[in-house]
Structure formats: structure tokens, C-alpha cells
Design a protein around this ligand. Structure first.
Ligand SMILES: C[S@@+](CC[C@H](N)C(=O)[O-])C[C@H]1O[C@@H](n2cnc3c(N)ncnc32)[C@H](O)[C@@H]1O
Length: 392
């Protein structure tokens, strides 16, 4: 006799799932009821929770305005100005070339967001969130380039439906959409390469603290941009020889920057596309920093396979990028990068587990995650090239 679903006894796991579903259905009914909302806000033990939830929802609704207040402060260089000393609003309005009322308005908004603070004598100083922005070219560059994302997100439903005729971000990252990325001009790679270099110091220290390079001989940075990650690695590991692979126009920029940094003797720079050209061999360690998340699964696999082919058995791979599902940084992965990469037109942020599976499929083993201090900037997977027989 065949067992029907009705006859099958539920497992403990299914029974627990059913209880959770019932509890969540009850919670939904309560939270959507206006009467419950009113009572919860008036009842002393639940009032703080009700206020907190209302505030969280308001902040979600208003978040894009807060971002623009930050943008105005960055564009006007308010933080650098006030780093020297706190100023009265009148002096600030003069220095910013803003009418006094407009300056008052900006200051009030920035004070409420803890970017600025009111000080004695009616002066305005840095707030706890504004102070870290001082001299921080990386954050300033990130904030400024959000103009493109902001425009692309104007109609998020159209974006989700793929109905946006143009994407400013795709223009900003031209390799995302290029049929022959190797042919991109130096003008088209200039803006994103400068942004990557400005923000690289935030990332390099995280990676190099989590994985010191003392035991390695030669590091190849694939998609290495203008070479800032390699320069940080070189400063920490004097024995290390360096190799960089990036699109020809970016490689040219890397050559100039490496010469300025006095690294020409230690570095080999190769221009090409990892989607068609072979990667240089000879490195015992390879890094992919903020590269894989830019690409859809099939392309990401092609890159990982190309990297594996360029490595000796047992060679080490560092895969560093923001990852989805990072505890404490869930919004960064799924909300921020989820929509950022959608607007850009390709790529996705993956969990450490998804990347681990891809690495295994590309011929790597012994994949382990190393803790980084600020996973908001980057997480890190370290993998070993499996013995050649195991390479797909
Ligand atoms: C998001 S940036 C990261 C740069 C650098 N690793 C960093 O973290 O600052 C991605 C890099 O991949 C490079 N890239 C994109 N497509 C490429 C391709 N087909 N071949 C080689 N490099 C490519 C870009 O030029 C860029 O430098």
C-alpha cells in the first residue's frame, strides 16, 4: 500500500516548523492591527519596543535623505574644514559659500545624524560619525560615486523588472557590460580605478592582518587594479615578488603608480582579460580582491578556473570580498550589494558557503574562512589548489 502525505507522521523538525509558522501568523495579525499598535505604544512594558520599531521604520523610509545630507557634507568638505577647529555657523556659511539659512539647515540635519556636534560658544564641531570621515579619501570617494547608484535606484521596481533603459553604474564600471573588456580605453577605466585605489587601504589591512604573507615567495593579484593591494603587501613582506594582472588600460595605470611607489623592480605587470587570456604563472599565492562578486556565476567560474590553471598544486588562493550572510553586516550583503550589483547589470554577492562550493568545483580544496576585523569591508577565504588530478 502506498503512503499518502496525510498518513505520513510528521517529523519533530516539521512539527517545530508548524509551531513557528503558527506563532509567526499570530505575530503578523497583532503587528498589523492598528488597535494592537495603539495599545502597545501606550502600555509601559511594550512602549519602548513600539517606539524603537517606529523609529526603525522611519529611518528605513528616510534613509535616502540621510545619505544625501552626508553627500552634501562630503561634497562641501565640511568635515575637513571643521577638523582644523570648530566654527560658528556664520563663519561656516562663509567658508562653504552657502546662505546662512541653508547652512543652518545643513548643520541641524548633520547634528541630528551625529555627523556634526554643537560646541560651546555657538560653534559647530565634528560629530562621532563625522570625525572618521576626516582625511578619509576612501569613504569620500565611495559617497561621491553613489550619485550614479542614486540615479539608478530612482525607480526600484523598474530596476527589478529590468525595465531601466540605461544604467549609470554600468557606465561607471564599463567592464560589467563590455563584449571585449580587453579593449576598454584608458578614459573609461579611470574613474573606477581611482575609486578602487582610494578605497583599497580599507581592504588591504583587513586581508593582510588576517593572512600574513611571510611564508610566500611571489604574489599574483588578479584584477589588481592600480596595484595598491600589492603595494601594501610589499610593505609588509620584503621578500615578496609581485605580479599584477588586469585589463590593459588598467595595467598601464598600475605601471605608472608602481613606478611612483618605487616598486618597478619588484613587480611584473601583465595586461589582458581573464576571460580570454592566460594568466601569468610562477606565483605561489594568488589574490582575487573584490573581483568575483562583479560577475555572474558562469563568468565567476571561468575566472576561478583560469586562476587554478595558473597555479601550482598546493598554491594558495586568497579570495577577499564582501560576502552575503555575514553576521552583523546582513544589510551590506543582501540589501546594499544586492541592489548595487543589480543596478550595475551583473554579479552578485555570495555567501562564504556558495564561494566555497565554487572553489571546490574549480579545483581548490582546504577552503577556510579567516576572520577579518571589519567584515563590512571584506571577508576572506583561503584555499589551496588541489592536486592536478583533481582539477576539473
Ligand atoms: C572591483 S575592481 C577591484 C580592483 C582591486 N582588486 C581592488 O580591490 O581595489 C575589479 C577589477 O577587475 C578588473 N577586471 C574586470 N574585468 C576584467 C577582465 N576581464 N580581465 C582582467 N581584469 C578585469 C577591473 O579592471 C578592476 O581593476
Amino acid at each position: 500500500m502506498q503512503t499518502t502525505p496525510a498518513m505520513r507522521r510528521n517529523t519533530p523538525h516539521e512539527r517545530r516548523g508548524a509551531w513557528v509558522d503558527r506563532w509567526l501568523a499570530l505575530r503578523d495579525r497583532l503587528l498589523t492591527s492598528r488597535t494592537f499598535q495603539r495599545k502597545a505604544a501606550a502600555f509601559a512594558p511594550t512602549a519602548p519596543i513600539a517606539r524603537l520599531r517606529a523609529r526603525e521604520l522611519f529611518d528605513l523610509m528616510a534613509g535616502f535623505v540621510y545619505s544625501q545630507v552626508l553627500h552634501a557634507c562630503v561634497q562641501l568638505e565640511v568635515f575637513d574644514l571643521l577638523a582644523a577647529r570648530p566654527l560658528p555657523v556664520s563663519a561656516l556659511s562663509h567658508r562653504l559659500s552657502l546662505p546662512i539659512e541653508a547652512c543652518e539647515r545643513l548643520v541641524a540635519a548633520a547634528v541630528s545624524l551625529r555627523l556634526l556636534e554643537r560646541r560651546s560658544g555657538d560653534r559647530i564641531g565634528l560629530g562621532v560619525l563625522g570625525a572618521p570621515m576626516v582625511g578619509n579619501d576612501a569613504l569620500a570617494a565611495m559617497v561621491k560615486h553613489h550619485t550614479a547608484l542614486y540615479a539608478d535606484l530612482r525607480d526600484p521596481v523598474a530596476l527589478l523588472r529590468g525595465e531601466n533603459a540605461t544604467s549609470m553604474l554600468a557606465g561607471y564600471w564599463p567592464y560589467a557590460d563590455a563584449s571585449v573588456p580587453g579593449k576598454l580605453s584608458s578614459e573609461s577605466v579611470a574613474a573606477y580605478s581611482a575609486l578602487m585605489s582610494a578605497s583599497q587601504p580599507l581592504v588591504a589591512d583587513e586581508i593582510l592582518d588576517a593572512y600574513p604573507l611571510g611564508g610566500h615567495r611571489r604574489l599574483l593579484d588578479v584584477g589588481g587594479g592600480e596595484g595598491l593591494f600589492l603595494a601594501s603587501a610589499a610593505a609588509r613582506a620584503p621578500q615578496l615578488q609581485l605580479m599584477l594582472f588586469d585589463l590593459p588600460a588598467v595595467a598601464e595605470r598600475a605601471r605608472r603608480r608602481s613606478a611612483e611607489a618605487g616598486l618597478s623592480e619588484r613587480i611584473t605587470i601583465v595586461g589582458g582579460s581573464f576571460l580570454g587570456d592566460p594568466l601569468p604563472t610562477g606565483a605561489d599565492i594568488v589574490s582575487l580582491v573584490r573581483v568575483i562578486h562583479d560577475h555572474d556565476d558562469a563568468t565567476a567560474m571561468r575566472i576561478l578556473l583560469a586562476v587554478r590553471r595558473a597555479m601550482p598544486d598546493g598554491g594558495c588562493l586568497l579570495l577577499a570580498e564582501p560576502m552575503a550572510g555575514t553576521t552583523g553586516a546582513e544589510t551590506m550583503g543582501d540589501a546594499y550589494f544586492g541592489f548595487y550589483l543589480l543596478a550595475m547589470g551583473r554579479g552578485r554577492v555570495r555567501t562564504a558557503l556558495e564561494l566555497t562550493d565554487m572553489l571546490h568545483a574549480a579545483g581548490f580544496d582546504r577552503v577556510e574562512q579567516r576572520r577579518t576585523r571589519v567584515p563590512l569591508q571584506t571577508s576572506l577565504l583561503v584555499a589551496r589548489a588541489a592536486a592536478s588530478g583533481a582539477t576539473p
